[in-house]
Design a protein around this ligand. Structure first.
Ligand SMILES: [Zn+2]
Ligand SMILES: [Zn+2]
Length: 283
């Protein structure tokens, strides 16, 4: 059972970041809906246009639902009872004053130890850990997919912008504030240039982020384990690695953050690759 965090978005910066993320996500959605789609489909009742609206709304809903699931779910130990005796491979956290299992680390922003801690994500101000990694990955995937979709829809417009503006295009697209100050572009063109350039830059950054996390997911390791070269022993093969990120229902869990998909194990004990292969040999 997922436990809610007691306190979310504690600082003013957390609230500003999540507000800006919502404005950008909804801004791109409205830009595609109100500016780009009418340019592609002049007939407002076109089937193609309506299919794009349904697909875009589904992507936006999943991105926002994944973000809020990530914000709300407790990445720590919740109501789990931790042992009072220090077990082999475990460590004592002086901040939490409790014993914690392997793969857990203390997060100074969340002010608690987090099971299978990956990293603290500034979007949503929460740790990516045992209970939250599914929602972080879905959030990253749907945001990236939304940008890919938007860039494909924007292609003709961006091409047109390059041809109609010539040398001033780069300034308008990548430094819209300067373009506005120098009067190179204004009004609707400026807004269109801002959103289309944002989609390109955010997509490039998002692609690098998502490739890094996909690689870690496929190898069954966290960002910390990747950095320290420690993750090999938890690499149990594709199916088990996918389950450890997306839950037991991993084949369908990626379709929506609202699909139930319980996480395997308890986040305290882990099957290691060597033990698994030894068991296989003994059978
Ligand atoms: Zn701690
Ligand atoms: Zn944290």
């Amino acid at each position: 059972m997922e436990e809610r965090r007691k306190c979310i978005l504690k600082t003013r910066l957390d609230k500003i970041v999540i507000t800006v993320v919502h404005i950008l996500m909804c801004g791109v959605y409205l830009f595609e809906l109100l500016v780009i789609l009418p340019r592609i489909y002049e007939d407002s009742s076109s089937v193609g246009k309506n299919l794009h609206i349904v697909a875009g709304t589904w992507i936006l809903f999943n991105a926002i639902a994944s973000l809020w699931k990530f914000v709300l779910v407790d990445p720590g130990t919740g109501s789990l009872i931790l042992p009072s005796m220090l077990k082999p491979g475990w460590r004592f956290c002086w901040k939490c004053e409790a014993n914690y299992p392997p793969r857990s680390f203390h997060c100074f922003q969340c002010e608690q130890c987090v099971l299978v801690r990956d990293h603290h994500c500034i979007i949503g101000s929460n740790c990516v850990g045992y209970r939250t990694r599914r929602y972080f990955h879905l959030m990253a995937f749907y945001m990236w997919f939304a940008l890919l979709y938007a860039n494909l829809l924007n292609m003709d417009f961006v091409w047109e912008l390059f041809h109609s503006f010539g040398s001033k295009t780069l300034l308008t697209m990548f430094m819209p504030l300067l373009a506005w100050i120098f009067g190179v572009a204004e009004g609707e063109t400026l807004a269109m240039a801002f959103f289309s350039s944002f989609c390109i830059l955010a997509f490039l950054y998002g692609t690098a982020v998502i490739l890094f996390h996909i690689r870690n997911t496929l190898k069954g390791r966290t960002t910390h384990e990747e950095a320290k070269g420690l993750g090999a022993k938890y690499n149990l093969g594709l199916t088990e690695n996918m389950k450890s990120t997306f839950g037991n229902n991993w084949k369908f869990a990626w379709l929506s953050p609202l699909i139930p998909s319980p996480m395997p194990g308890d986040g305290l004990t882990f099957v290691e690759k060597e033990l698994l292969s030894q068991c296989g040999k003994n059978l």
